[in-house]
Design a protein around this ligand. Structure first.
Ligand code: NAD
Length: 352
């Protein structure tokens, strides 16, 4: 297979971790006989410093013309005082919106080797956790009409049937590839958008008879995630609920440096990035954990290129290196072998 990947390393630890992910991608190409070529583009603070805007047109065009995008992270204190339209984070919204990435996949995995990092009791998480939040990314309250007048303000949550249906179908498709259980989260006891959401889920579910569907109100879902997270496999929900629940789910794994994410279009095109930010406090020191970005490459292979065996191989290599006791500082516990960013990348590439 031949694929061209746009690489946006960004700021802070972005270049450190993306370098290691590309090392692993090259190893996959070599081992499985694929040709992965890359082009690098500027975004965020790096682009502001170089060309004065957070998302240069060349970057968006280059990403749109590629087969998929790998992103590190953007932002940092150097650009914090800029006006909101010049903030590095604008690049993220511009990339997501500009490429129509409406479906955000956020797995929350607690590796059994890192069970000690979970803030929940052992008997609640058992052998580990592996759930997936499927979040609508381009609609809802973050994109609705808004306004402010003196002491009153409003934001509008609006969804069309078509917007709901396309994300709900993604949820079903992903559930079919996993345990065939899908939990739809809404607030249908109060919100009109949620009532439409539930109606659409009930219409769409007849097309996926092998998937078992449940419905939860968002407040209950937030509670259940810490009470009994193992009851969940795939959760599908709207933009703001998904934003909050996916952060909650990621924190029960206790390790921000371990979690990847994907943002997908209707076809298989996607942008892949770790869930963490640019960690300016540790940038360029060879201590950042590259695993979230390496696992983002695994998601790219699985979801954009349908290379499930290759994706599994990366995930198994990560697990093997953890089994061998290697840890970057953020996941280090006594008795383990502490390694830097580069060594961790090398170890995972070797384990492949
Ligand atoms: P952060 O995720 O960058 O860092 C939070 C903490 O986690 C820090 O202590 C950091 O050192 C640590 N950390 C993060 N990733 C790590 C890794 N891979 N290995 C080891 N430790 C890691 O969040 P923040 O400090 O709130 O934000 C820093 C900058 O990143 C801000 O400018 C923010 O706007 C930006 N940001 C960008 C993105 C993105 O590009 N998608 C997301 C969130 C924040």
């Amino acid at each position: 297979m031949k694929k061209h990947i746009a690489v946006v390393a960004g700021d802070g630890i972005g270049p450190d971790i993306v370098g290691e992910a590309l090392k692993v991608l090259a190893k996959v190409g070599e081992k499985f006989g694929h040709s992965f070529t890359t082009s690098s583009y500027l975004a965020g603070g790096a682009a502001l410093d170089s060309v004065g805007v957070p998302l240069p047109e060349e970057t968006l065009k280059g990403c749109q013309a590629s087969d998929s995008v790998l992103l590190g992270a953007v932002g940092g204190p150097k650009w914090d005082t800029l006006a909101s339209n010049l903030r590095p984070e604008k690049a993220l919204l511009g990339l997501r919106g500009g490429m129509g990435l409406f479906c955000n996949l956020r797995p929350a995995i607690l590796y059994k080797q890192l069970a000690g990092a979970c803030p929940l009791k052992n008997e609640i998480v058992g052998e580990g956790l592996d759930l997936m939040v499927v979040r609508e990314l381009t609609g809802g309250i973050y994109f609705g009409q808004r306004g402010r007048e003196d002491d009153s303000a409003y934001d509008t949550m609006a969804y069309s049937r078509a917007e709901i249906e396309r994300i709900v179908r993604k949820g079903f498709e992903i559930a079919q590839k996993r345990s065939k259980r899908l939990c739809s989260v809404d607030k249908a006891n109060i919100l009109n958008t949620s009532q439409l959401w539930r109606e659409v889920v009930k219409q769409v579910e007849v097309d996926y008879p092998d998937v078992q569907v449940s419905h939860l109100y968002v407040d209950n879902a937030a509670m259940q995630l810490v009470r009994n997270p193992r009851q969940f496999d795939v959760i599908v929900t709207e933009n703001m609920f998904g934003d909050i629940l996916s952060d909650e789910a990621s924190q029960i794994t206790g390790s921000i440096g371990m979690l990847p994410s994907a943002s997908l279009r209707e076809d298989s095109f996607g942008m892949y990035e770790p869930i963490h930010g640019s960690a300016p406090d540790i940038a360029g020191k060879n201590i950042a954990n590259p695993i979230a970005t390496i696992l983002s490459v695994a998601m790219m292979l699985r979801y954009s290129f349908a290379l499930a065996t290759e994706a599994d191989a990366i995930e198994q290599a990560v697990s093997k290196v953890l089994d061998m006791g290697y840890r970057t500082s953020d996941i280090y516990t006594e008795g383990m072998k502490k390694v830097g960013t580069n060594e961790m990348g090398d170890l995972i590439a070797q384990a492949l």
